[in-house]
Design a binder for this molecule. Sequence first.
Ligand code: GDP
Length: 356
Amino acid sequence: SLTIGIVGLPNVGKSTMFNALTKNDVLAANYPFATIEPNVGVVGVPDARLGRLAEIFDSARQVPATVSFVDIAGIVKGASEGQGLGNKFLANIREADAICQVIRVFNDPDVVHVDGRVEPKADIETINTELILADLQTIENALPRLVKEARMAKEKQEIVAAVERAKDVLDGGQTVFAAGLDLEPLRDLHLLTAKPFLYVFNMDDEELSDDALKADLRALVAPAEAIFLDAQIEAELSELDDAEALELLQSMGQEESGLDMLARVGFDTLGLQTYLTAGPKEARAWTIRKGATAPEAAGVIHTDFQKGFIKAEVVSFDDLVATGSMTEARSKGLVRMEGKDYVMADGDVVEFRFNV
Ligand code: GDP
């Protein structure tokens, strides 16, 4: 499954946030015998639609989609040169499908900042510079070989051209993803800055209610997503039961915890969406890539469903809720029969028909 790597400078609150995340680990909760790696947290993606479905179908349980976070050892200046943790850091980050940067905004004289001052913009630059330098190194190493291959095989010239474009972008201080380059010809290089980024700004209470500050930070990283949270409060929330947590959140004027938001936005950043199934046993959200077809969606449940796919019976979540039941939705003509070319929409409620 796809993972999001958490990176950031030392002392920005990564461990605090990651530990809070793993308190919600669905593997630990639902699969007691699963191998749980200490640096991986698998968390549920909050989805209010599941509760509604469970009511309509009288489902015994609800199973959310999940998203995995990997805690990657702290980045430092010089990481791209393989100093200290550098090499291991780069290997870990290469395996992630998206990168979540944790940026310190909170001021606390008791928590040393590696560069002696709290300045989000400079910290983002430090991290991105390391990632850009690492990619330039990768390209420098690969280019002579690619040029040689292109001499023998003309179709590889396209790859060389794409890699040279990427090099220009990186030389100009921009990331490959932000530049909007075609990523396909670059795939084999596993460039770090070709991954989508998202940003978590770790801030204190007062900062969290400072809309001007948040707007500035948002603008700094746009079009990447920005999430604002207080890692220490998230840690407290993760110790509480659901009702108590909700009460604390509401007392702070929030409806959702920062970590719930992170799970949702992270899932979206990975290019994923969900479709839904429901019955007496469970109401469940299944993970598919955006743009997946109906047979691909069926394959997520079971490969046999994909092989023997006949059609999908589909109703949008909103139509189902508006009519109140599958029977009503059917009688109103809102349940569609879709074939193998159907591209799934987020929130489709589906029943597959297949040959066995
Ligand atoms: P890491 O090095 O990035 O993993 O940072 P840690 O999670 O270990 O946090 C470093 C220190 O900062 C710890 O003492 C935390 O308790 C503290 N800390 C983390 N988040 C916050 C925050 O939002 N506000 C304040 N004041 N301190 C924080």
